[in-house]
Design a protein around this ligand. Structure first.
Ligand SMILES: [Zn+2]
Length: 492
């Protein structure tokens, strides 16, 4: 997620040390757990809380932090604080997502995922299948804001890594809706991981009177970075956060949207388009809670676990079709109904209202009894067996002299799930080839492709140590078996 800012605001959360809240008593048991202080939520919106000192180098899903390992410190301006703040947030994320992707215990790239807390000067963070990379942004006064200080950003990047474990076929897929879903999953990870702290659950329930679909420090993702960005470029972020899950964006085919634009509008950029799905998920979380008679912190925790399991089940089963939002929404609706019949109406109404599912396809999905229909109830037992198909797309307009091969989306016929037009009726999906070409066109339009091993005429390769360029590529052209292949290298 790109961030740009060059000066520090004097508003709360910027350059002002907040007094730590009184540390909670260390948990007593057979072993006295050492306590450390960390941000409860975003640095701009919360105080410190005490948590158990995490065991960061323990499997499953082991991390490797850069040595040396410092002593914990509650002074938020220190490297020591950032180190343990990041360790605590990431470990909390693993404890939340890990059981859902079991029996997997390794990251995509192996048992250890590197965590780089201070890669260089750039308003960004990312995941590249080997590491979580967090940069620092330089402010006009010569001070820095560290991406790794924000639990929201830590949990967002961790979400990318966990989704890559749960459904690795999303990574290279040439599909705008899949790229946007990956971003939404990251923001949902930020929301759900924040709610693993009891103090956060109590606070949000109190501030929203139990209706958590509200603008709150839970719905606001990365307040510190977003506010800084807005102060410099008002069109690029909300005034108080990077993205807000409390939003009213409805689905529109990404091919019909501008490739970029102000944050007040929906565009095809993955981070922008992700807000449709993230908004739906926060609404659904509130709806699931409302099904139960009392909104207690414990009930809210239990629902985050249920939603986690529903999402992971859905991503492992949903065909990777061009209308991926509808595809995964259909699987979520079915998984939710099997968990608690009362949830079905919650998921259906939110997805239909957001135009993620058409009226007729939502109905057909819930009434289908044909095992062959992978969106029907009977279809829940069918494992999604899609193997990515690689195919060429025209590439002369990219300055290439031979076809560019990409991982194509799955055939739209693999699911009856359809997204909706403004009248609620089904939209005919793009063909596999058109969806792939639209995705790749947008990458080139936004300057996100490293020409790598190609001889492209418009090539823009990243130089070693180039951390100041405002745009960081996400894809690279590689020569494989004498063909040019477009491969994702990282996600932000
Ligand atoms: Zn991201």
């Amino acid at each position: 997620m790109p961030f740009f800012a060059s000066r520090m605001r004097t508003a709360a959360g910027y350059g002002q040390k907040r007094p730590p809240v009184r540390a909670a008593p260390a948990r007593m048991g057979d072993v006295l757990a050492e306590q450390i202080q960390v941000w409860e939520n975003d640095p701009a919106s919360s105080g410190l809380v005490s948590v158990d000192k995490p065991a960061i180098d323990q499997p499953p899903f082991q991390f490797s932090f850069p040595p040396p390992r410092p002593n914990p410190d509650s002074d938020t301006s220190t490297l020591n604080f950032r180190y343990w703040n990041a360790a605590a947030a990431l470990t909390r994320g693993v404890q939340f997502w890990g059981p859902a992707v079991a029996p997997e215990t390794d990251w995509f790239g192996g048992p250890i995922l590197d965590v780089r807390l201070n890669v260089g000067v750039r308003w960004n963070a990312g995941y590249d299948r080997r590491a979580l990379n967090f940069f620092r942004g330089q402010l006009a006064q010569g001070t820095f804001i560290y991406a790794a200080e924000s639990p929201d950003l830590l949990s967002h990047e961790l979400g990318h890594a966990m989704l890559d474990v749960a459904q690795r076929q999303l990574w290279h897929s040439a599909n705008e809706e899949i790229a946007a879903f990956h971003e939404s999953f990251g923001d949902v990870s930020a929301i759900l991981c924040a709610l693993q702290l009891e103090s956060m659950r109590s606070s949000i329930l109190a501030s929203t009177s139990g209706n958590i679909y509200a603008a709150s420090r839970l719905s606001r993702i990365a307040e510190q970075f977003g506010t800084a960005l807005h102060s410099l470029f008002p069109a690029d972020a909300d005034c108080d956060c990077l993205r807000n899950a409390h939003n009213s964006f409805c689905y529109a085919p990404p091919a019909s949207l501008n490739p970029s634009g102000p944050s007040s509008t929906l565009t095809a950029k993955p981070h922008s388009f992700s807000r449709v799905y993230t908004g739906a998920i926060l609404e659904i979380l509130a709806g699931m809670l409302a099904v139960h008679p009392v909104a207690t912190p414990d009930q809210l925790r239990d629902i985050t676990i249920e939603l986690r399991d529903i999402m992971i089940e859905a991503v492992t089963q949903a065909p990777l079709v061009p209308q991926y939002y509808a595809s995964v929404a259909a699987k979520m609706m079915l998984a939710a109904a099997s968990k608690n019949p009362a949830y079905q109406a919650v998921f259906r109404s939110v997805f239909v209202r957001r135009l993620i599912l058409s009226l007729e396809s939502a109905t057909a999905i819930l009434t289908s009894v044909t095992p062959k229909d992978d969106t029907g109830f009977a279809g829940q037992d069918i494992e999604h067996s899609y193997t990515p198909k690689v195919g060429p797309i025209p590439s002369a307009h990219y300055g290439l002299d031979q076809p560019l091969y990409v991982e194509l989306p799955a055939d739209p016929a693999e699911t009856i799930a359809r997204s909706a037009a403004r009248n609620g009726r089904s939209i005919e999906p793009l063909s596999v080839e058109d969806a792939a070409r639209t995705f790749v066109d947008r990458l080139f339009i936004n300057g996100l492709v490293d020409y790598g091993e190609s001889e492209g005429k418009g090539r823009r390769n990243r130089e070693p140590g180039d951390t100041f360029s405002p745009v960081q590529s996400t894809h690279r052209i590689e020569r494989i078996d004498d063909r040019l292949m477009l491969r994702r290298t990282e996600i932000h």
